[in-house]
Design a protein around this ligand. Structure first.
Ligand code: NAG
Ligand code: NAG
Ligand code: NAG
Ligand code: NAG
Ligand code: NAG
Ligand code: NAG
Ligand code: NAG
Ligand code: NAG
Ligand code: NAG
Ligand code: NAG
Length: 550
């Protein structure tokens, strides 16, 4: 039954790990490696308690299954933590989200002012029952009903609440509440049913991926058995209510804790040479990144409990941009690479090797750097923005159909040349706002770019608008010689020059970045995070599997 694939272990194992590998290899007749030393050691201690034949049964079961359907394209959302000494006001947060075209967010509470600021923005919101309110909600359906009335019913439909995350990583951070977790979900759901909101609002609870044991190879993954009494009814609930499994996926920690077993490129979605790709010996599926391996481990762990049709939404994933001296990989380039690649991966609807084409919508952790967070420096540096809304780094997303944060690669502006003749400037300004068809309304009195009220300043705005309207094509920043290209963003105060990232890190339309975005592939037409439209699941994995085994 087992495939003895000639498989190059992509990772270097330490001595003690290596003994385990040998042992397991002998025991099961195939070669495995794990993604976390801690889990690996556990594997050795427990010997998994599974014999070869049981494992085969598990494999066989896999054959019958695997219909996870996604009826929407995947989206990228962002988590909003509030542990900032200088937390922007809800209005400022909402403005940043709008400017960045962020259409999906998750809050760690159900703050009334925040939900009010999000009203009529079209932003999809996942609200949370914080862990400190969980016991109350899980012990009393009246408390749950009250929670829903106060936090949800009072805000919909103006604020588009689409999900309720009940607690956060409860099994691992608040195990005492585990016995009431499923009740909490059920009570919340009943209250939604009573308000006729259960179709539009899903109820679930985010899990740490550390509840999944033996997550590599993914086909052997299972949930920590201690939690079966919670997981089984929980999965039943998710299945019967059409909800999804919420999973937090942190390749950064997997990488950090692997003691060199996991390569940085593998964690960052960087291309690996084929010989370094991780191959699941049971399924022959190739894993090119840690993220997919963890998501598939969750699918397999659910399948192990006979739940095969529950979709996964990744409620947290990200990478810190700064860390202490002993956290050298918490670095800006790595954070940028991870998040840029993650966004491209998700929006492309690539799915995972187990469920190719099935969307795995993902919320990035997180919007702001939270300077008040305890712990190592990296804890304070997961954000895409600082408290002023200035991006921490520029994501490289050109061509992926959406732009988050000012991607200033090759970005230039067109402004009036210093000392240019005023009459010629005026003539060029008149031409730009007239025949040039530039929208010059921001230059009117009382509008953001009226000040400074000089010909040169107004001409600069108009020239730049024309230049970007023309996709920064060569020759479009000339104006009889009174205009010149510059790399300095001329935006000032609330006067944001066309094509600029804006002083506060507002977004740039990809049209201005990539004038011929026409030529880029498939999903590159949408400027926003979310592009609607039905999409059915492709389940090639299943077919492949049969082809191999039968
Ligand atoms: C709460 O539960 C009790 C008994 O299970 C039931 O009678 C009551 O209707 C429930 N209340 C709500 C608000 O669901
Ligand atoms: C909320 O979002 C859902 C999913 O995109 C959409 O179908 C619905 O129309 C939205 N509701 C409101 C009130 O905007
Ligand atoms: C499984 O869960 C139990 C209960 O929380 C915990 O004591 C144990 O350490 C977990 N096992 C692993 C390997 O994480
Ligand atoms: C899963 O289903 C199989 C076949 O129906 C059954 O033998 C097995 O006990 C089930 N496993 C669990 C964990 O429910
Ligand atoms: C996007 O998906 C297509 C197939 O659907 C795949 O060939 C391509 O490599 C993917 N691109 C990225 C960046 O993942
Ligand atoms: C975004 O653009 C502004 C103005 O062009 C610039 O000052 C800022 O440094 C940029 N942000 C990043 C992260 O490069
Ligand atoms: C920036 O310019 C270089 C050289 O002209 C080009 O290869 C690259 O694709 C450009 N990048 C973007 C994002 O336009
Ligand atoms: C940028 O931020 C400053 C201060 O933080 C604020 O006064 C200004 O209005 C902001 N501009 C925009 C365009 O949001
Ligand atoms: C981006 O494009 C949209 C639609 O094409 C337009 O309404 C918006 O003003 C543009 N924003 C910027 C900053 O250019
Ligand atoms: C996009 O392609 C179509 C057809 O190939 C063409 O007519 C159109 O002008 C192109 N648009 C841009 C912005 O290049």
């Amino acid at each position: 039954m087992f495939f003895s694939l000639s498989f190059v272990a992509p990772f270097i194992l330490s001595n003690s790990d290596f003994f385990c590998v040998i042992r397991v290899a002998i025991e099961f007749g195939h070669f495995v490696y794990l993604r976390q030393k801690r889990k690996w050691l556990l594997f050795c201690e427990m010997g998994r308690g599974v014999t070869g034949s049981e494992t085969s049964a598990e494999n066989l079961r896999e054959l019958n299954v695997s219909v996870v359907t996604a009826d929407e394209d995947a989206f990228i959302g962002v988590n909003i933590g509030k542990d900032l000494s200088d937390m922007p006001s809800p209005t400022q947060v909402a403005a940043l989200l709008k400017a960045q075209q962020i259409r999906h967010i998750r809050l760690y509470d159900a703050d009334h002012a925040m939900l009010t600021a999000l009203a009529n923005t079209g932003i999809h919101v996942t609200v949370s029952v914080p862990n400190n309110e969980l016991l109350g909600v899980g012990q009393s359906n009246a408390t749950a009903a009250n929670w829903v009335a106060r936090n949800v019913v009072a805000n919909v439909p103006a604020t588009n609440i689409t999900a309720i995350a009940v607690g956060s990583e409860v099994l691992t951070t608040l195990p005492n509440a585990a016995p009431i977790l499923v009740n909490a979900l059920k009570f919340i759901h009943s209250a939604l049913v009573a308000s006729n909101l259960d179709n539009q609002i899903k109820v679930s609870t985010p899990h740490s991926s550390s509840i999944i044991l033996d997550s590599f190879p993914p086909s052997q993954a299972f949930f920590n058995r201690s939690w079966d009494p919670v997981m089984v009814p929980l999965l039943k609930f998710l299945q019967s209510t059409g909800s999804y499994f919420m999973l937090n996926v942190y390749p950064y920690y997997d990488y950090m804790q692997s003691n060199g077993v996991i390569q940085l490129d593998y964690a960052l979605f960087r291309p690996l040479p084929p010989t370094k790709e991780a191959v699941d010996a049971n399924t022959l599926l190739h894993y090119t990144n840690v993220f997919d391996a963890v998501v598939d481990a969750a699918y397999f762990a659910m399948a192990y409990l006979n739940f095969t049709n529950i979709p996964i939404v990744v409620t947290e994933s990200g990478w810190p941009s700064k860390g202490d001296d002993n956290e050298p990989d918490a670095a800006i380039d790595n954070a940028n690479a991870f998040n840029s690649n993650l966004i491209r991966h998700v929006l492309n609807n690539t799915g995972t090797p187990k469920h190719p084409g099935t969307s795995v919508s993902t919320y990035i952790y997180e919007l702001y750097n939270e300077d008040m967070k305890d712990g190592p420096l990296s804890e304070k540096n997961w954000g895409l923005f600082d408290a002023n809304g200035v991006p921490v780094y520029v994501l490289h997303l050109t061509g992926s159909g959406m732009v988050l944060v000012n991607d200033t690669t090759n970005l230039t502006f067109c402004t009036a040349r210093n000392g240019a003749d005023l009459k010629m400037l005026q003539a060029a300004l008149d031409w730009a706002c007239g025949p040039g068809k530039v929208d010059c309304s921001p230059l009117l009195q009382g509008r953001p770019c009226y000040e400074p009220d000089t010909v040169a300043a107004h001409a600069s705005y108009a020239f730049d608008a024309y230049y970007h309207k023309m996709g920064m094509a060569s020759g479009t920043c000339y104006f009889n010689g009174v205009a010149a290209v510059t790399t300095t963003n001329p935006s000032h105060g609330s006067c944001i020059f066309p094509g600029s990232g804006g002083r506060n890190g507002t977004f740039i339309n990809s049209t201005s970045l990539a004038p011929s975005s026409n030529s880029t592939a498939s999903s590159s037409t949408s400027l926003s995070f979310y592009s609607g439209g039905a999409r059915s699941a492709l389940l090639i994995g299943f077919v492949l599997w049969r082809a191999v085994f039968l």
